[in-house]
Design a protein around this ligand. Structure first.
Ligand SMILES: [Zn+2]
Length: 138
């Protein structure tokens, strides 16, 4: 199973020290789709911080299912979503664009974040996720 690379489409990927980067291929495929410098019009994505991948969660979380089916993104360009999503227009635009783009991935499952919470393409009521984007795959 592949590790999440430290650079995706020119974007530097940083990891929390507790992250197990070993994930299923659909997660790396999804990241290649949604992580790009020009994901949001007029803004530049340089750096993403992954706070969790195949770790830190208990079953039935997608994080620890199979070879790893979920990833959490908590900082954009070094700025924490919890602090900057509502303060920095670029952080918000990039977060929203990542969530929108992930909806186009055929194997998407959960797409939870500050912009919206969807499961299998439908609005999904659930608490939290104002401070990170959680993406999972089938
Ligand atoms: Zn998560």
């Amino acid at each position: 199973m592949p590790d999440i690379p430290s650079n995706i489409n020119g974007v530097t990927i940083e990891f929390s020290s507790s992250v197990n980067k070993s994930v299923g291929p659909r997660i790396t495929d999804a990241l290649k789709l949604v992580v790009k410098t020009n994901i949001a019009t007029g803004k530049v994505l340089n750096k993403l911080y992954i706070s969790s991948a195949n770790d830190q969660h208990k079953s039935p979380s997608r994080h620890v299912q199979g070879k790893g089916k979920a990833v959490d993104i908590s900082r954009i360009n070094g700025m924490k979503l919890s602090v900057y999503y509502n303060k920095d227009p670029a952080v918000k635009a990039i977060a929203n664009a990542i969530q929108n783009e992930f909806e186009k991935y055929q194997h998407r499952r959960e797409n939870f974040g500050p912009y919206f919470k969807k499961k299998l393409g439908k609005a999904h009521a659930m608490s939290g996720h104002g401070d990170h984007i959680h993406l999972s795959v089938n």
